[in-house]
Design a protein around this ligand. Structure first.
Ligand code: SIN
Length: 486
């Protein structure tokens, strides 16, 4: 059943955008997309082929050659127009997102704004891609460092943030003078297609952006093998990131990889209890626990442990699970049945190794999962070493700062981390000691357009957003001018 209630129904597209044309696949094959809250089929999308992916790459290549000659101001003006159009369509975009992804409408609206913020930020950055002048090494020589667009780029984007993970990649690409072929998640393609409708209306040149819908196994290898695609940006699991890295090796492609996490959230005895509870709730239950930066392990010092568990359990009991279109609900469904099965497996494993429910026990209904708090959690349990990606809040107890930092860092992942303390010396000590790309002090949120987002260790390569975000789409060229007469 198509999405009802849109004030602009033309935002809902069931075709791919390839080289400037809205198209079905020549294969005639389609994939169905369902609503995780109801299981109903929303519509279909073309299962694009390798040949169609090649066509999108060729169009992106030729569009990029013209786009890079436009002035930064001209590029910025189109990005700002796109920004305005996205905000003008906020309600429709949020509805599409909630229906295909499941997150509650208030969060979907937040994501639309978050997505738009990258367009504004990088429109502004387009005007500041300054190079440098090197101190002259020889009397007759001057050396400049120019920043130039990488060229044709590609992105593979996830289902958990169907809009923001696209604009966080394509806004810097377009600002820098690159083109981009995007393969959105086949679970949430309609947000991406709506975004592309608005891009066309904003005046983004034909072919500069393609949205190639379909299966990763068909489209991904074409993107990675193509010598024309000079850079690939991916958000998703570490397993797939490693695969893409391998596949990209033969063309020595630049990569930005935003991969899995296992975020610790530390609550010290001297923390403000209410700040810690609010931070943990925000960080754990955003998008029903389905973000790479969701806190996965809650480490609580013994002196505040019981009070923290009691208070957070009260807050968890207030969460209302249900269809995200209903404004009284505060937590939507999980994305698919596999996600529900993983939650069940993690909770059962923890209970079988000695954890206890502090909240009401887990119950599931279709893809709806009640949020749970577990206490008595230890490193022997799966929740300590695997990303749960769902509404399970596992509490570990610790005694000393050193023990907590060691535990927090004992993971091959290094994306986000959070800690709560009112001691300024501890704030510095722990902030510097946590081996993560992002650290939040007295907050459960580290996501914004103006700060670099990304991880270390097996959580990825490169940074998105902030000032470094545009550098990921720029090459440095040393320009040596010799034989100058003085
Ligand atoms: C993610 O989960 O991959 C991104 C979350 C964010 O940008 O906050």
């Amino acid at each position: 059943m198509p999405i009802s209630g849109l004030s602009d129904p033309s935002l809902f597209r069931e075709q791919a955008l390839i080289g400037g044309s809205w198209t079905d696949s020549t294969s005639g094959k389609t994939l169905s997309v369902d609503n995780p809250a109801t299981g109903e089929i929303i519509g279909t999308i073309p299962a694009c082929t390798a040949a169609e992916t090649e066509k999108a790459i060729a169009a992106a290549d030729s569009a990029q050659k013209r786009w890079k000659t436009r002035t930064p101001d001209e590029r910025a003006a189109i990005l700002m127009k796109w920004y305005d159009l996205i905000l003008a369509s906020l309600d429709d975009l949020a509805t599409i997102m909630t229906v295909e992804q499941g997150k509650v409408l208030a969060e979907a609206k937040g994501e639309v704004k978050y997505a738009a913020s990258f367009l504004r930020w990088f429109a502004e950055e387009a005007r500041r891609m300054d190079g440098t002048i090197i101190t002259p090494p020889q009397r007759d020589r001057r050396v400049l460092v120019l920043k130039q667009p990488v060229g044709t780029t590609a992105a593979i984007t996830p289902w958990n943030f169907p809009l923001a993970m696209i604009t966080r990649k394509c806004a810097p690409a377009f600002a820098a003078g690159c083109s981009m072929v995007i393969k959105p998640s086949e679970l949430t393609p309609y947000s991406a297609l709506a975004l592309a409708v608005l891009a066309e209306r904003a005046g983004l040149p034909s072919g500069l952006l393609s949205i190639v819908t379909g299966e990763a196994k068909e489209i991904g290898p074409v993107l990675t093998a193509s010598p024309t695609v000079r850079k690939l940006s991916f958000t998703g699991s570490t397993h797939v990131g490693a695969l893409l890295m391998e596949q990209s090796a033969s063309t020595i492609k630049r990569l930005s990889l935003e991969l899995g996490g296992n975020a610790p959230l530390l609550v010290f005895d001297d923390a403000d209890l209410e700040t810690a509870v609010a931070g943990a709730m925000g960080s754990k239950f955003r998008n029903s626990g389905q973000t790479c930066v969701c806190s996965n392990r809650i480490l609580v010092q013994s002196g505040i442990h019981d009070r923290f568990v009691a208070r957070i359990t009260e807050e968890v009991a207030k969460l209302k699970v249900g269809n995200g279109l209903d404004p009284k609900n505060t937590m939507g469904p999980l994305i698919n049945d596999a996600a529900v099965a993983k939650i069940r497996a993690h909770v059962e494993d923890a209970l079988s190794h000695g954890a206890r429910y502090a909240s009401a026990p887990l119950s599931t209904d279709g893809r709806f999962v009640t949020p749970v708090v577990l206490e008595g959690v230890t490193s022997a349990m799966r929740v300590s070493c695997e990303e749960t990606f769902g509404p399970v809040l596992p509490v570990f107890k610790f005694e000393t700062e050193e023990e907590a930092v060691t535990l927090a860092n004992s993971t091959p992942f290094g994306l986000a981390s959070y800690f709560f303390t009112t001691d300024v010396s501890r704030a510095w000590r722990v902030g510097e000691a946590l081996d993560f790309g992002m650290v939040g002090l007295n907050t459960g949120s580290v996501s914004m357009e103006s700060a670099p987002f990304g991880g270390i260790k097996q959580s990825g390569l490169g940074r998105e957003g902030g000032h470094p975000g545009i550098d990921e789409f720029l090459e440095l060229k040393s320009f040596h001018m010799a034989g100058l007469k003085f």
